[in-house]
Ligand binder design. Structure first.
Ligand code: ADP
Ligand code: 5GP
Length: 199
C-alpha cells in the first residue's frame, strides 16, 4: 500500500517555514517526519547536525550528488542544499508524512520526480516584514541577508504561477497561518492516524 503523501514547504527565507513546521511536528508527534537535508552552510546557534540539517563540506556534498544519492539539490545564497534519497526513505519507512523544506529550485526539480507531494508555499505579508523578520532573527550577515532578500523577490513572483502550489499561506498572524496549514494537511494526518490505530 502506498504511504501518506509527502509535503513540500517552500517560500522565502524568513517567511516562517521552520516556525510553522516546529509547531506541526510538536502537535502531531508520530504523524510527521522531517526530511533532513544536506547543506554546506554553517550551523546556526541551536541547530543540530543530523536533526536540522546534515552539515557537510562542499567536497562531500558534490561527491554525493555526483554519485546519484540526491533526489534534488540546489545552490542557494552561496551554499549547496539538497534532499538525499536516504532522508526521504528514512521517513517513509516509518509510514510518516515526509516534510521537505526546500527552495523554489527544489520545488521545480521535485515536480520532475514521482514523489507526488502536497505543495505548500509560505509567504510573509510583505517584503518589508520579511526583511524585518530576517533581521530580527539575527542569523545572517548583511551579505547573506541581501542574497536572501533578492531570492525572496524571485520566489514571490514565481509562487504566483498557477498550479505550482496547492496552497499559498500568507504568514501574517502565526496562529491563523498555522490553522490554514493544518486544514490543508488534515486528510493526510487522519490517514496516518487511522493506519496507526489499525496496526
Ligand atoms: P524560515 O524557516 O522560513 O526561514 P523562520 O521560521 O525562521 O523562517 O521565521 C523567521 C523569523 O520570523 C523567526 O525569527 C520567527 O520567529 C519569526 N516569525 C515567524 N512567523 C512569524 C509571524 N507570524 N509573526 C511574527 N514573526 C514571525
Ligand atoms: P536556510 O539556510 O535558511 O536554512 O535555508 C535556505 C533555503 O534553502 C530555504 O529556502 C530552504 O527552504 C532551502 N532548503 C533547505 N533544504 C533544502 C534542500 O534540501 N533542497 C533545496 N532545494 N532547498 C533547501
Amino acid at each position: 500500500m502506498a504511504g501518506p503523501r509527502p509535503v513540500v514547504m517552500s517560500g522565502p527565507s524568513g517567511a516562517g517555514k521552520s516556525t510553522l513546521l516546529k509547531k506541526l511536528l510538536k502537535e502531531f508527534d508520530g504523524a510527521f517526519g522531517f526530511s533532513v537535508s544536506h547543506t554546506t552552510r554553517s550551523p546556526r546557534p541551536g541547530e543540530e547536525n543530523g536533526k536540522d540539517y546534515h552539515f557537510v563540506s562542499r567536497d562531500v556534498m558534490q561527491t554525493s550528488v555526483a554519485n546519484g544519492e540526491f533526489i534534488e539539490s540546489a545552490e542557494f545564497s552561496g551554499n549547496m542544499y539538497g534532499t538525499s534519497k536516504a532522508a526521504v526513505q528514512a521517513v517513509q519507512a516509518q509510514n510518516l508524512i515526509c516534510i521537505l523544506d526546500i527552495d523554489m529550485q527544489g520545488v521545480k526539480n521535485i515536480k520532475k520526480t514521482d514523489l507526488n507531494p502536497i505543495y505548500v508555499s509560505v509567504q510573509a505579508p510583505s517584503m518589508d516584514i520579511l526583511e524585518k523578520r530576517l533581521r530580527d532573527r539575527k542569523t545572517e550577515s548583511e551579505e547573506s541577508l541581501q542574497k536572501r532578500l533578492h531570492a525572496a523577490k524571485v520566489d514571490v513572483e514565481i509562487s504566483k504561477e498557477p498550479g505550482l502550489f496547492d496552497v499559498v499561506i500568507i504568514n501574517d498572524d502565526l496562529e491563523a497561518a498555522y490553522g490554514k496549514l493544518k486544514e490543508v494537511l488534515l486528510k493526510e494526518i487522519q490517514l496516518v492516524r487511522d493506519a496507526n490505530k489499525s496496526s
